[in-house]
Ligand binder design. Structure first.
Ligand code: UT7
Length: 322
């Protein structure tokens, strides 16, 4: 028993922000950003929320799967940028799309969040608890970015992606691996609402994303190929058997480095970061949605998903498309 992707959806805010627009705010240039990251533009919220973007992506995924919202049994939203602490984003999405029979909750594993949510859905379906799940990743990172910090503000974008997965007898997800390394959490961090009560006298927390870019870069180059190889070994497949690698879209140079380390043709690593930047937990489902719509993911193909991010968290998943 496994799960297959029955439909995908994606949603972006209306406002497109080009590299040249960012170069008017901080000391950077279109040339530097493109050369060092591969990013050309990103979409930034002018009022769209995680819940509104995820709801749009979920509705599209349901429509493409030919399913009604009332049929959804589990609704998982991966996000590290919820607007509200309560209620969770998944419950807000549930209300917006009318998935009134679903059990809904959020999950935060930063840029690996969608992958971890997909693994959670797989475990629920495999164990027979639910028959299907809407799994989404959505972020409005622009509210956590220090727009004066050129080391981070050029990288991130807002958006959401979703997949409807359902039980299947053959194919679908073949293997999964997940890892977390909390000892290295400081290399990519962001404070949330600080402790503020009459008894607390400590210092206030950093409110914006802070990142040691080089550390994250080398962690991704080391751990992502290893996780992919581990997942492929579990599925008894080799790198050569893979048709498409759908990787977290953080930096073109990271993806090129991973393809070299795996010895796999870069052609097999589609990217959308040129258009949308790094959308954290939305990156993998947004790219999946694009590939399904363009017919670049087809029945019978072996597809690898792999993500990495703050935590540090990372993982990989092998699927046979059906
Ligand atoms: O989802 C996971 C989240 N994060 C990531 O995946 C990020 C992974 N890391 C990266 O993508 C890269 O490390 C960055 C794109 C963040 C930075 O690229 P880099 O090639 O590692 O640059 P660097 O940090 O080594 O900095 C090189 C130079 C520095 O100047 P000096 O000290 O050599 O004079 C930086 O100050 O580039 C400078 N720099 C910039 N210059 C123009 C840093 N950011 C910018 C910028 N524009 N936006």
């Amino acid at each position: 028993m496994s799960i297959r992707i029955a439909g995908t959806g994606g949603a972006l805010p209306e406002k497109k922000v080009t590299n040249d627009m960012i170069a008017q705010m901080v000391d950077t240039s279109d040339e530097w950003i493109r050369e060092r990251t591969g990013i050309g533009s990103r979409f930034v919220s002018t009022g769209e929320t995680v819940a509104s973007l995820v709801a749009r992506a979920c509705s599209l995924a349901l429509e493409r799967a030919g399913r009604e919202a009332e049929e959804v049994e589990l609704l998982l939203v991966a996000t590290c940028t919820p607007e509200d602490a309560l209620p969770c984003m998944a419950c807000q999405v549930q209300e917006k799309i009318g998935a009134k029979e679903a059990v809904a909750f959020d999950l935060n594993a930063a840029c690996a969040g969608f992958l971890f949510a997909l693994h959670t859905a797989w475990a629920y379906v495999e164990s027979g608890i639910y028959q299907n799940a809407l799994v989404a990743g959505g972020e409005v990172l622009s509210k956590m970015i220090d727009w004066q910090d050129r080391g981070t503000c050029v990288l991130f974008g807002d958006g959401a992606g979703a997949v409807l997965v359902e039980k299947c007898a053959d194919g679908g997800i073949l293997s999964f691996v997940q890892h977390s390394d909390g000892n290295r959490g400081a290399v990519l961090s962001c404070g949330a609402r600080p402790i503020a009560n009459p008894y607390f006298t400590g210092a206030s927390q950093e409110r914006y994303v802070r990142m040691d870019g080089r550390e994250v870069f080398s962690f991704a180059l080391r751990q992502v190929p290893a996780a992919i190889e581990e997942a492929l070994a579990k599925a008894r497949l080799a790198v050569e058997d893979v048709d498409v690698f759908v990787l977290h879209q953080a930096n073109r140079r990271i993806i090129e480095g991973i393809s070299r380390r795996l010895g796999a043709d870069l052609e097999k690593f589609p990217m959308n970061l040129e258009q949308v930047g790094n959308t954290s937990s939305a990156a993998i489902p947004l790219l999946l949605d694009m590939l399904y719509r363009e017919g670049r993911i087809r029945s019978g193909q072996v597809v690898v998903l792999s993500g990495f991010g703050a935590g540090l968290t990372y993982g990989a998943c092998v699927m046979r498309i059906n």
